[in-house]
Design a protein around this ligand. Sequence first.
Ligand code: DGJ
Length: 735
Amino acid sequence: MITYQEDNRVFKLDTPNSTYMIGIVDDENFVGHIYYGKRLQEAEASYLLRTQEAPYTPGRNNRERCSFYDCFPFEYPTGGTGDFRESCLSVRTAGGHVGAMLSYVSHEITGGKPALEGLPATFGTLEECETLKIVCEDKYVGMQVELFYTAFRDIDVITRSVRVSNAGQEHFYLTKVYSACIDMDNRDFDMVSLHGSWARERHIQRKTLGYGIQNVSSFRGESSHQDHPFLALVDKNTTQEHGEVYAMNFVYSGNFRAQAEVSQFDYVRMSMGIHPENFCWKLEPGESFQAPEAVMVYTDKGFDAMTSAFHKLYRKHLIRGKYKNKKRPILINNWEATYFNFNTDKLLAIAKEASALGIEMLVMDDGWFGRRENDDCALGDWQVNEEKINGGLKNLVDEVNKLGMKFGIWFEPEMISPDSELYRAHPDWAIAIPGRPGTESRHQYVLDLSRQEVVDCVYNMVASVLKSANIEYVKWDMNRQLTDIGSASLPADRQGELYHRYVLAVYEMQGRLVKDFPDLLLENCSGGGARFDAGMLYYSPQIWCSDDADAIERLEIQEGTAMLYPLSTMGAHVSDCPNHTVGRVTPFETRGIVALAGTFGYELDVTKIPEADREQIPEQVAMYHQYNDLVREGDYYRIASYSKNHKFDCWQVVREDKKESLVTFVQVMNRPNFKSRRILLKGLDENLRYDVHFVGDKDAGVKSYSGDTLMKAGILMPNLWGDFRARLIHLVAAD
Ligand code: DGJ
């Protein structure tokens, strides 16, 4: 997978269909990026580093160094010495100076993949992957930089990370440290990213890449609703099935920047890392900083192949724990059913009805603790409000268990309400700038998790609730972004570390939680889907996708999310109607079919919904049990996109052995005088025959066609009567 050719000093990293090549050149040992693309046979492309092009040619002409630095394809560019493109690494020395330039010192190739200290990361065994470490230095700064690359044997993925160490005698500050960079020749790329807002997260955006810098970013303290830590550069004619894609995704849940810069010479620099805004990390002699991991995917087979690589990697090499490959219990969450207005009796009434319908777990959302009757108080007071939960938590959980259901609970551990016992006892525990009134958001502040005593105190409160009853699921929420960045415990020259220390502490807390409670099912959430990222997936196998559970809004949200993340990770529920975020009325059947593409659950008052809807629940529950293995573990293909065609949506999952498949078709608005649509299926075995069953359509019967015909000629999807209608088509290979 990874080789080093001593004679021409080239590293070649191979995945099944891609090659990544790095070269070391000249006596000064510059580390250059030679190639990333379709798999190559030989490692002989070091001439592509353009070291012979005048006016500066290393080792032979020292007249015009800038012209070399400013166009050389650096593996890991630094700033301040002549490369005027955006750098990946900036330092400020004790003397206040900023320039740096790296040169190769040594390297090591090992089997497997080392863990990243304190950070989530993908993992793999000696057989599954190999890792290259290139050690570089800047002896003037006294800095050592280790560049890590892991190539996976069976997946077209290369992961990267960087560790910077102070190998000198004096401290210095890291003011920027990205995780990955690719310097390429531009080829008229388009740039694809995921953009959004609260209740409309991760909509796919594609635009022409022009000269200069274009980026997506967050400095909200979390990966955010607005931009996503993902970027792809794709050919103009790249489609789902064809064309080149260079994609990067960040295994990190805090501030980030993902950027493409097209330079004067038509080169493009694609980079990803922690956002440098307000970032400044002090390194004392002997100390190191570990940057998070970035995942890179290259394919020439379009977005379907890119998605497949991310899904395989995350399913096998990122998600952990008991539920990694397991069907999740069908839950009912009381948030949209009751908001803060509930008590034991109300919850038990919901649970009773739900259990009779086949729902398997009750989740008690926000409002069970302290004096929390609405959203303006009590965050941080993680003790059960026994006026509401009359009889106590254990009694409630026991009663729910007696109904044959599991019990889950909501926390927002990172927050503190100004009106809380915790804040009155520890006002300095909130992130704040001394002397400046804090900016409230949803009436709350963020806890300063850079302080170990804060982490311990909150963690212990959460753990003691979890130990007090048979609680099998936690929804970990985070409902505001970070402002007024200041910690009462960090010295002045370490305040710039707070954003990252905060994220590290969240990881530490969640790591502790899943270790101390190994059977717990953890679902992350952040005001819907503001922290739906690969970092959080290391701790929780599922994340609440969006507060917008309207079936039609979900089409775009789930399409964008599923571009990177397996369907098993997408928290998706059948919610109330008219929908609480858009007021839309959609058929109960459609809400069920769209939620089947995720974890599946309910978010409504099952005691109040219309009888005709309630009657459908046992059937939906049965569908979940029938299809969830396929949805969770199958290969996912995008057939049509409502966000592009504005008419209908269609996706497909296919079991790994290709013997079973499920197609989901959603027709948004009906059109008068319209006939059936021809849909070309994907991923089947062309040599197998499949029984095709239009689920719920009793007149259609079961017809049998070959995989070859279904993929090349397609099926006819009848026009459906009414708006917002959906159909499942189930295919099983005939014996
Ligand atoms: C935001 C979440 O996304 C909702 O599902 C709900 O848990 C509320 N927070 C509770 O405050």
